[in-house]
Design a protein around this ligand. Structure first.
Ligand SMILES: Nc1nc2c(c(=O)[nH]1)N[C@@H](CNc1ccc(C(=O)N[C@@H](CCC(=O)N[C@@H](CCC(=O)N[C@@H](CCC(=O)O)C(=O)O)C(=O)O)C(=O)O)cc1)CN2
Ligand SMILES: [Zn+2]
Length: 765
């Protein structure tokens, strides 16, 4: 009998219940008990929704982040929060979010400032985790309370529980060392705690534990390969069965390593072609369970169930009871339920599956394996009909778009002149001072803005009134920026729900959900739009807003767009054509918008490519091919403008060293990047030879409520000027300000402008 199971369930709740409970608790508007209760309600609901499975994940729920949960389970807290006497959950949030010295708006706001843990992307997803911090003195001490609590709760509910933890090797790889010490030297001590944890679970009568090791789909050097063998040999004596779970890609050359780890089971992502799986079968020891992730946990399309069965049936015959089935990865990365989507076009809706629908698909596959396809004839026929309708739908194809893409030639992506020529023309037109100041685009998305948009969507606020409210916000942003003395202004993005969804809503070929929320970090969610067909731009998307903003000021107003690569990476994309092709279609649509902005008199245009680096494949050997088309797409979008139009781009979080040549090839006139937390060290990548254009290294961390002082900013920019000639430097924050409050933004930017003036005075002297 084929066992079916799930690796993880979205925890934010179909109605984002967890988000609202967290934010209310953080504001001090509700009690810890209320938050705990909401957590329990969600866990219970999600377990019930998975009750048809043979094994259900437990421990996948998290109040903020599963990696931070693991750090607490391992007793591995950053030095700065150890010895905190308050409540453990509050200490957990101190690491997750930081705490300003003067915080009064939250529980126990008494204990001085604490810097938040660094956040970074979870593999190639748009989910962010809190980075474990290691140094040579790191020690671990088991705290199994969270897992044991959730296990006991699950048992009370009659759940067939399979605890889920992050594996030791992946955990170590995800962390950063603050000194120069070798992380792998910590492995033996770490494994002691993992062994204790597994013994603790065994003592509770747990049979299987899922140990997530997505690191197995990345390129591993010998030391890390050895770490896998060492770790699982150490844990072999534990009395629980381990299911080592790899996901987010095929195992490829790590197949042999993974197949031969001394554990009871292996889960693999089986959505990347059968070749990886079929060769794994020959390597797998007879006693081992093979869990195949046959349902894609990263997209929202219905699975082609007949196509899966075609190759799965012989595999099942061979493996018998050793075969398990599951989604490819945790369902954290897809929305909960399609049922709630009443406004989605009926055709498109019939092509989709969210988390609950994916679990239904798993049931159908299992029944087909158990009782033959006839046992689920109707479900299979309905699935086949939906897929056939999608393939045949005229709404998916647009011949004019395909012709335009076919006509793209190399000239389309090239500026008319070199950066040297352009920068002289731009300087003459823009008349900017040295160390020009700007921001990254968004200003605070206040509750009033969100409520106005919500009312507009609900039909209780008229279109004209909504527009007027957004214009008033834009006017306020412009006024504040003029008062601050910034040099290149932005309109503030008030009218945008999200920098990707906003464009998805206006492009043909995109569908969007009402409540298809996916967690991005902590309580923050995104609603990735659904790219289903050829992309075109029926009308200008931003010109009216930007032209209005420009009309309010004599200073240059930056047109603000999201680039094709980032739109692609933060959407649910087509699975019926290569990503590169979808990206070229997006590039043509953005190019048209760029040219419309230029025609409307906009002199500076920013095209955000926040996701250029993080969207790269997990294996470096595949980077070049991907970078080639990604850079090409940006160039097509950006480079049709005249010499005197200044193109900016922005990237966050990225480590730039490895891709600096590609960034240079984009040929933006100015790039703004996140650097403040790395103390400008990231700028080493941008030395003279490698990067000839202008750079705005971020001077303060926008994720923290802390307000940078003028001295700090001057200090950081002086460091920057040691690496980059002052004439090519801009002064700006790390990223957009949408999650901050005006009360934080105004003093921070005030200090930033004052710092720029000090720096200019230094040049004159
Ligand atoms: N797609 C994407 N990925 C990204 C980023 C990004 O900006 N976009 N940035 C990084 C991650 N940073 C992020 C920063 C902030 C938020 C964020 O603020 N998300 C909002 C939702 C944004 C949104 O779509 N808002 C909508 C809907 C808002 C809403 O919930 N409205 C309420 C009513 C208003 C209220 O009471 O809040 C309702 O409709 O019920 C809007 O403005 O229209 C949230 O979780 O709260 C997300 C990611 C990396 N990945
Ligand atoms: Zn950013």
């Amino acid at each position: 009998m084929t066992i079916i199971h799930n690796l993880g369930f979205p925890r934010i709740g179909a109605g984002r219940e967890l988000k609202f409970a967290l934010e209310s608790y953080w504001k001090g508007e509700s009690s810890r008990a209320a938050l705990e209760t909401q957590g329990a309600v969600l866990r219970q609901r999600h377990w019930q929704q998975q009750a048809g499975l043979d094994l259900v994940p437990v421990g996948d729920f998290s109040f903020y982040d599963q990696v931070l949960d693991m750090s607490f389970t391992l007793g591995h807290l950053p030095e700065r929060v150890r010895g905190f006497h308050g409540d453990a959950l509050d200490n957990y949030f101190r690491v997750a979010r930081g705490r300003s010295a003067a915080s009064t708006d939250e529980h126990h706001g008494c204990c001085g400032g604490v810097a938040a843990g660094e956040m970074t992307k979870w593999f190639d997803t748009n989910y962010h985790y809190i980075v474990p911090e290691f140094d040579a003195g790191t020690v671990f001490a088991l705290d199994a309370s969270r897992l044991l609590g959730q296990l006991a709760e699950a048992r009370r509910e009659g759940v067939k529980a399979k605890p889920v933890i992050i594996g030791p090797v992946t955990y170590l790889a995800l962390g950063k060392t603050r000194d120069d010490s070798d992380k792998l030297a910590l492995l033996p001590a770490l494994l002691d705690v993992y062994a204790q944890l597994l013994e603790t679970l065994a003592a509770q009568g747990v049979e299987w534990v899922q140990v997530d090791e997505p690191l197995l789909v990345t390129e591993l050097d010998q030391d890390w390969q050895h770490a896998f063998n060492f770790a699982y040999h150490q844990l072999k004596a534990c009395r629980v069965k381990l299911l080592v779970a790899s996901y987010f890609g095929p195992l490829q050359e790590n197949r042999y390593l993974a197949a031969n780890l001394p554990v009871a089971g292996l889960h693999v992502d089986a959505t990347h072609g059968q070749e990886d799986i079929l060769s794994l079968l020959n390597l797998l020891p007879d006693h081992k369970v093979l869990s195949l992730g046959v349902i894609n946990g990263r997209n929202i399309w219905k699975t082609d169930l007949n196509a899966v069965l075609d190759w799965l049936e012989p595999v099942a015959a061979r493996l018998g009871g050793q075969l398990w089935l599951a989604p490819s990865c945790s369902l954290l990365h897809v929305p909960v339920d399609l049922e709630g989507e009443q406004k989605l076009d009926a055709d498109i809706r019939s092509w989709l599956a969210f988390a609950l629908q994916k679990l239904d698909e798993l049931q159908v596959l299992a029944e087909a394996l158990r009782g033959g396809r006839t046992a689920v004839r109707e479900a299979l026929a309905a699935n086949a009909a939906a897929l056939a309708a999608r393939r045949a739908s005229p709404r998916v194809t647009n011949p004019a778009v395909q012709a335009a893409v076919a006509a793209i030639d190399a000239g389309l992506g090239a500026r008319r002149s070199s950066h040297g020529v352009r920068s002289a023309a731009q300087a003459a037109l823009l008349q900017l001072p040295a160390y020009p100041t700007t921001t990254i685009g968004s200003f605070p998305q206040t509750a009033e803005i969100r409520q106005a948009r919500s009312a507009f969507r609900a039909g209780t606020l008229a279109h004209a009134d909504y527009n007027a409210a957004m214009r008033a916000e834009i006017a306020r942003s412009v006024r504040e920026q003029e008062a601050l003395g910034l040099d290149v202004l932005v309109h503030g993005e008030a009218e945008r729900n999200d920098m990707v969804e906003y464009f998805g809503e206006q492009l043909e070929g995109y569908a969007f959900s009402q409540s298809g929320w996916v967690q991005s970090y902590g309580s923050r969610c995104v609603k990735p739009p659904i790219l289903f067909g050829d992309i075109s731009r029926p009308r200008a998307m931003t010109v009216e807003w930007i032209a209005y903003a420009q009309s309010l000021t004599a200073k240059p107003m930056k047109g603000m767009l999201t680039g094709p690569v980032t739109i692609l990476n933060w959407s649910f994309v087509r699975d019926d054509q290569p990503r590169a092709l979808s990206c070229r279609q997006l590039a043509l649509a953005i190019r048209a918008e760029v040219l419309d902005l230029e025609r409307a008199g906009v002199r500076v245009i920013q095209i955000d490519e926040a996701a250029l680096r993080e969207g790269l494949p997990l294996r470096r050997s595949e980077w070049k091919a991907c970078l080639d088309w990604a850079v090409d797409a940006f160039r097509i979008a950006a480079n049709g403008v005249r010499d005197e139009t200044q193109i900016h781009t922005h990237m966050c979080y990225a480590e730039f060293n490895d891709i600096i040549a590609a960034i240079a090839a984009m040929d933006a006139d100015v790039i703004t990047i996140e650097t403040s937390r790395s103390n400008m060290e990231l700028l080493d990548a941008f030395d003279d030879f490698k990067y000839p254009n202008e750079i705005g290294p971020g001077v303060y961390d926008i994720h923290s409520p802390n307000i940078p002082s003028q001295e700090q900013i001057v200090g950081l920019m002086r460091k920057a000027a040691e690496r980059i000639p002052a004439g090519r430097l801009w002064v700006n924050p790390d990223c957009g300000l949408k999650t901050r409050q005006w009360a934080e933004v105004l003093p921070a930017l005030g200090n930033m402008v004052a710092a720029a003036r000090t720096l200019r005075a230094g040049l004159a002297a």
